[in-house]
Design a protein around this ligand. Structure first.
Ligand code: CP
Length: 300
């Protein structure tokens, strides 16, 4: 494992190893560690982020390492420097690169240019593999297993990159999936076809968003306004679903990669159903495990 670009490049064994190591990292967060002392993480975020960027930085500090941050607006990209030259230079200043960019395939391109490991922190509507690893960790911690759980992915399945990565990984681990979305925001065929073919996944699809959400877990997503080519299309679908206590099954847990806008009612926040804040907190141990694996064991 040299880079983490797509969950599709990652084997079940590699994922299981990261999940086991994340558990140890939770312990290291309390005791402190110098596993990555002297190592430098470079963050290159061409799109906004709260959780992914800060949890990677926090993970690096917990492991005794340091971080440097690339800011598009304050960089020489503004003077006309190319993406490719930028990656080459940052690569020579650090031991691992984390990149988020609106262009699908940009993280893979960066990995081809860089000698150091590259981690995809989200490339357009394509993939967000480290979010998926922390989502799997959250599910295992909460339910003790992934296989045979009834899990619904709900909301913007067309543009939501977290759901593309997660649908693949959940199928790999044998969860039973239901995709619930407005007709305009269905899961792309390329995702469903692949998981049916590779994992024999049986998938239910629904367009009734606001009732009978009696699943082990529902994974809610924000409508990704910034990805709509036509603002009128966004206006047509915005606000079409809102998860509140009336629609949830007795033992249903609610996950969300966050940020949320209005798709989960705040009345859910302080109930046994809400798992989304805990989920975000697991970003640190899981990203510690990822950094440790890549920085300490990789020669590209
Ligand atoms: N879940 C997630 O990717 O959040 P951020 O956009 O805040 O990083």
């Amino acid at each position: 494992m040299k880079d983490i670009i797509s969950i599709r490049d990652t084997s079940k064994k590699e994922i299981e190893k990261i999940l086991i190591n994340s558990e140890s990292m939770e312990r290291l967060m309390k005791s402190g560690s110098d596993k990555l002392k002297g190592k430098i993480l470079a963050t290159l975020f061409f799109e906004p982020s709260t959780r992914t960027k800060l949890s990677f930085e926090s993970a690096m500090f917990h492991l005794g390492g340091n971080c440097v941050d690339f800011s598009k607006e304050k960089s020489s990209l503004i003077k006309g420097e190319s993406f490719s030259d930028t990656i080459k230079i940052v690569d020579s200043y650090c031991d691992v690169l984390v990149i988020r960019n609106p262009v699908e395939g940009s993280a893979r391109l960066a990995a081809e240019i860089a000698k150091k490991p590259v981690i995809n922190a989200g490339d357009g509507a394509n993939q967000h593999p480290t979010q998926t690893l922390l989502d799997l960790y959250t599910i295992k911690k909460s339910k003790g297993k992934i296989r045979d759980l009834n899990i619904a992915l709900l909301g913007d399945l067309k543009y939501g990159r977290t759901t593309h990565s997660l649908a693949y990984a959940l199928s790999m681990f044998g969860a039973k999936l239901t995709f619930i979305s407005p007709d305009e925001l269905k899961m792309p065929r390329r995702v469903t076809d692949e998981i049916k073919e590779k994992f024999n996944a049986e998938i239910q699809t629904k367009n009734e968003l606001n009732k009978n959400l009696n699943y082990d877990i529902i994974y809610v997503t924000r409508i990704q306004k910034e990805r709509f080519p036509d603002p009128q299309e966004y206006e047509r679908v915005k606000g079409t679903y809102k998860i509140n206590l009336d629609v949830l099954g007795k033992d249903t847990l609610v996950m969300h990669p966050l940020p949320r806008v209005d798709e989960i009612s705040r009345e859910v926040d302080n109930t046994k159903h809400a798992l989304y804040f805990k989920q975000a907190s697991y970003g640190i141990p899981v990203r510690m495990a990822i950094l440790d694996l890549l920085v300490n064991s990789v020669t590209k």
